[in-house]
Design a protein around this ligand. Structure first.
Ligand code: GLY
Length: 372
């Protein structure tokens, strides 16, 4: 049995189906979305090994003809080179404008495939079948897609909404624990932005989610996707409130850039550290009770996510960083307007807001605090 959430965007509206074992029912749902029974699945080596046969079987049973393109796993795949490679393969397969492609994987595959779909023959449809917790609660919903450049993450991309999102919680069973934990940071984000009751629920149930309990995972995914669908429906192109979904991300992206988007720090781990920094900054600016910042740090620590840059056994604590250099990375942020970066600050758990009134000194101080 699956549950459905609609992202209400007028003619661009689409459904997110969430269920346990949904891959086995993917065929009819995909068929109903296609204009003809022909598609291309794009995935990575890891997902191909663990999950691709399940999806292929379901499409075959439904009489859908498909090709599968398997790309290297990892953040480096979100590059101009892999974009060109993918577009070339789609052209070679003579995909038509009426066709839709399937992004089957985590955030890297979803972002790359969504971007390729947005520019292939001036735009074709695509289906997201996310297989990591991070992509199931965040990146598969809302239409942000793109690639990285040596100057920063997601700096080239577009908004291109999927036509359908199919989320099967059972795909999380084959996800490495560190990836699952990293995705959990994005789940916590929804509690911290605007849902204090969800944060309390996570304090009680978070360990079930990271231990692989499908019921707890399903509930967390549904709450997260409902929250994201609401925000996206109100502000599709991030002209305002959608930027709240970037809580901790400006700090996090700076850390990721500094380690060259390497496995020293996964995106979700960077977001965990970044959210703690956003709370610490809000406390420093007299906006948020210190007690709330402590609760956030304690919860993430209990879940075994990193919350600082040193004094831990996480690989990030081996990397030498400077507050000045990290600050310089924040200047590449897409939320920059008139030379100022807008930060997501908070008055407490569930009370995030946007502010451009943050000084460079405050930011450097917070980076330094995380290193001391
Ligand atoms: N990941 C933030 C957003 O989709 O807006």
């Amino acid at each position: 049995m699956s549950q459905k959430i609609t992202v209400a965007l007028g003619r661009n509206s689409y459904d997110i189906h969430v269920g346990d074992g949904l891959l086995e029912q993917a065929g009819p749902l995909v068929a109903a979305c296609l204009n003809r029974p022909r598609t291309v699945i794009i995935t990575d080596e890891n997902v191909a090994r663990c999950q691709l046969p399940r999806l292929e079987k379901s499409l075959t049973q439904e009489g859908i003809a498909f090709d599968s393109i398997i790309l290297p796993a990892g953040e480096a795949t979100k590059s101009f080179q892999q974009l060109e490679n993918l577009l070339d393969q789609l052209l070679a397969l003579q995909l038509e404008r009426q066709d839709k492609i399937i992004a089957f994987g985590g955030g890297v595959i979803g972002d790359l495939v969504g971007f390729a779909a947005s520019i292939y023959q001036r735009g074709i449809g695509f289906i997201q079948i996310p297989t990591t917790l991070l992509s199931q609660v965040d990146s598969s919903v809302g239409g942000k897609c793109g690639i990285n450049t040596p100057r920063g993450k997601n700096l080239v991309g577009s908004f291109h909404q999927p036509d359908l999102v199919l989320t099967d919680v059972s795909t999380l069973d084959s996800l490495p624990k560190r990836q699952l934990l990293a995705g959990y940071a994005e789940v916590v984000k929804y509690g911290l932005i605007g849902d204090p009751a969800f944060f309390i629920w996570l304090e009680e149930n978070g360990q079930k989610i990271t231990a692989g309990d499908h019921d707890a995972q399903t509930e967390a995914i549904l709450v997260s996707c409902r929250a994201k669908a609401d925000v996206v429906a109100q502000d599709e192109k991030e002209k305002g409130q959608r930027a709240l979904l970037n809580l901790g991300h400006t700090f996090g992206h700076a850390l990721e850039a500094e380690v060259g988007y390497s496995d020293h720090l996964f995106h979700g781990e960077a977001v965990a550290i970044g959210m703690v920094m956003a709370f610490d900054l809000s406390v420093k600016m007299g906006l948020c009770p210190a007690e709330d910042a402590a609760k956030v740090r304690d919860h993430l620590t209990k879940i075994c996510l990193p919350t600082r840059l040193s004094k831990s056994n996480h690989p990030i604590s081996q990397v030498n960083m400077s507050a000045e250099k990290l600050f310089n990375h924040t200047l590449q942020d897409k939320k920059m307007a008139d030379g100022r970066v807008t930060y997501v600050l908070t008055s407490g758990i569930g009370q995030a807001f946007l502010s451009a009134d943050v000084t460079p000194e405050d930011i450097k101080h917070i980076f330094q605090m995380a290193m001391d």
